[in-house]
Ligand binder design. Structure first.
Ligand SMILES: [Zn+2]
Length: 654
């Protein structure tokens, strides 16, 4: 039975040892009354923080030295009196205080250091643990202690990262026994990953032995390794944080639902701008965008706040959260259990860390979102059989498993769009599929590379050699393939030739080298257009991708001819069979060093065309007020015009 979490809050409560008055002003009932007013049903709260302090009565860990009562225990009791589930946060990778006393628990990094550049990085991650040290049993004992002592509903384990590789004597001995070469970074990461996965699964067993229904989540990038253990997924995204940005949530919103196994996916964002930022309060419109974006993709809201260690009550924070959550609650009757309807997949079979920050993937998600295509991001952990088009962005090599799955998709009539090096076998020497429209020769010798738009797939593009701001593969057409567009070579490459700076590189002549080749239902673009779009976002590349998609998907589920590129649209199906169309009109804007989102945009007369797939439409209206919208149906496609959309709208097709 999947866990049911609808309105979550998450508190950061990492407290320096030198804070003298932890909990001194905390009034638990006032605090939990505010949770009730927000409609919160799930709270995550620190049992032990990343400084290594506990906030409960512990016989095993170290309670914060200035805390003189059981703060966590009071909160658990009060939440339960008010019908709120509470999950215990445990930092499982960092601890300052305990490592001062247990030097043998410390991680030794491959460069021999135990401290990560503390003067340059005063982050909590200066001192980390070794997952194979006695810390392992210590952490398990603390989790057991909390599970046994308090009726907590779940556990959240944080900062257990495979990037925290360790070469301490314990780890070195284990690696020698297992024949692992600690000098090879890949083997070392794999070893660390195995160590922390084993620890995470042991933690799961410990808490489940005491509470068989305990919720469980391991934060970080090991989502797929924890299938069967995680009871919900939590997407830690703070778009204003420089490390994540506004492209992070879209990738994860389209991906996590494909590996969630029916469990809730929580959309974690923060009232602040950066972690550790106690004084930041984002504008309601900014948080509203995060939350409605999540809702449009089946994610439940999980706002984060910093708990003031003294317990100072932050009324303005609740005055921000409460109306946002109350607003969302008006849509429950439509959005509860609604699932996204998708027909295109971006295939990115590299789960974990690569998926979090890949530039071509981010660009592919952006382009399809701007085109209003309904899509998922999939790895090997999800089925691929419902998609009509599979897109392989720029650098997706095909191993045997990928090749076989692509072959199956082609056999059932799906189409494939691949760019750059995608489709090459694992050593990059040749394309893995015989049916491929081109044969591989080498990386393109040109720099820069242009292409010549021509033919019907160039609709909307100028008849001008066009840049795509990335490199390309040099290929030749395979027998039976059609070359739709060709590469244009420059007069010379951009380079210093020893005497001249040959910087200005005009296009010279169209070559015979394919830029776009098609054979059957495989389209191959030699240029890495997704990386190019990430770098310069030339709209013509999006037009080109849209033209290709239209060839393979001539009757898409949703068309929104008047929506601007910055707006977003998502289609969901409710359990009762209604279709929801979510519209979002917000524009994150570059302001100095930061990206800000402060305002709703207003859209007028938005035309929406929804393919009905044979469904009979009885009425169309705007939620939650149920304002009727006139509609027409032609050729199994419903047409509705929404007069005004102020930021966001949910249109119900019943
Ligand atoms: Zn170690």
């Amino acid at each position: 039975m999947p866990s049911r979490i609808k309105y979550a809050l998450f508190y950061d409560f990492h407290t320096s040892t030198i804070i003298p008055d932890v909990g001194r002003r905390f009034d638990v009932e006032t605090f939990t009354d505010q949770l009730v007013a927000c409609g919160v049903d799930f709270l995550t709260w620190h049992a032990r923080c990343n400084q290594g302090h506990a906030y409960y009565d512990t016989a095993i860990g170290k309670r914060h030295p200035s805390l003189d009562f059981d703060l966590f225990g009071q909160l658990v009791a009060s939440c339960h009196r008010k019908g709120i589930k509470i999950s215990a946060y445990f930092n499982g990778g960092l601890t300052d205080q305990e490592l001062l006393e247990h030097r043998d628990w410390m991680r030794i990094a491959p460069d021999g250091r135990t401290l990560a550049a503390p003067e340059h990085h005063p982050t909590p991650a200066v001192r980390a643990v070794c997952y194979n040290s006695p810390f392992r049993d210590h952490l398990k004992a603390m989790a057991r202690e909390v599970a046994a002592k308090y009726a907590v509903d779940g556990f959240f384990f944080d900062c257990m990262m495979d990037s925290l590789t360790c070469v301490c004597p314990t780890c070195a001995t284990l690696m020698k026994e297992r024949g692992i070469n600690f000098r090879d970074p890949a083997q070392l990461t794999q070893f660390t990953r195995a160590s922390l996965l084993q620890l995470a699964r042991e933690l799961f067993a410990e808490v489940r032995a005491i509470n068989p229904d305990a919720l469980f989540f391991l934060n970080g990038c090991l989502v797929e390794d924890m299938i069967g253990y995680n009871t919900q997924l939590e997407c830690e995204c703070l778009p204003t944080a420089a490390a994540l940005g506004y492209d992070y949530l879209p990738v994860h919103a389209h991906y996590l639902r494909t590996v969630a196994q029916g469990n809730p996916v929580l959309n974690m964002t923060g009232r602040f701008y950066e972690w550790g930022d106690f004084g930041g309060l984002r504008k309601p419109e900014s948080l509203e965008y995060d939350l409605f974006y999540g809702l449009a993709h089946g994610m439940r809201p999980e706002l984060s706040d910093h708990f003031h260690p003294r317990g100072d009550f932050s009324q303005p924070v609740f005055d921000l959260i409460r109306p946002l959550y109350n607003d969302l609650q008006q849509y429950d009757e439509w959005c509860d259990d609604a699932v996204n309807c998708t027909e295109v997949a971006i295939v990115f079979p590299k789960p974990g860390a690569p998926l979090r920050f890949d530039k071509p993937l981010r660009a592919a998600v952006r382009m399809l979102s701007e085109l209003k295509v309904q899509f998922d991001v999939v790895t090997h952990a999800a089925p691929w059989d419902k998609y009509q088009v599979l897109i392989f962005p720029d650098h997706i090599n095909f191993n045997e498993g990928t090749t076989e799955r692509v072959r199956q998709c082609l056999r059932r009539g799906a189409a494939v769009i691949a760019t750059g090096d995608s489709g090459l076998n694992e050593d990059g020497s040749a394309f893995a599929l015989q049916e491929w429209p081109v044969e591989y020769m080498s990386p393109s010798p040109h720099n820069p590379v242009y292409f010549q738009p021509e033919g019907e797939l160039a609709a909307g593009l100028p008849e001008l050699p066009m840049s795509f701001y990335a490199d390309a593969a040099l290929v030749r057409p395979a027998p039976g393939a059609g070359v739709a567009m060709r590469i244009v070579r420059p007069y010379h490459n951009r380079e210093w030739d020893g005497l001249h700076a040959n910087y200005y590189t005009p296009p010279d002549a169209v070559t015979e080298e394919p830029f776009l080749a098609i054979k059957g239902r495989i389209a191959y673009l030699a240029g890495k257009i997704f990386l190019g779009y990430y770098r310069r976002s030339p709209y013509q590349l999006r037009l080109l991708l849209g033209n290709l998609l239209r060839r393979f998907l001539p009757r898409p589920l949703l068309q929104t001819p008047t929506l601007p590129s910055f707006a977003r649209a998502a289609v969901q199906k409710t359990p009762s069979g209604s279709i929801l169309v979510h519209l979002l009109a917000y524009t994150p804007e570059l302001r100095g060093e930061s990206v800000a989102l402060e305002d709703r945009a207003t859209l007028a007369d938005t035309e929406i065309l929804l393919r009905l797939d044979g469904r009979r439409l009885t009425r169309v209206y705007l939620a939650p007020e149920r304002t009727p919208l006139p509609f027409t149906v032609t050729d199994d496609v419903a047409r509705v015009v929404l007069p005004v959309c102020n930021g966001h709208a949910i249109i119900v097709f019943e």
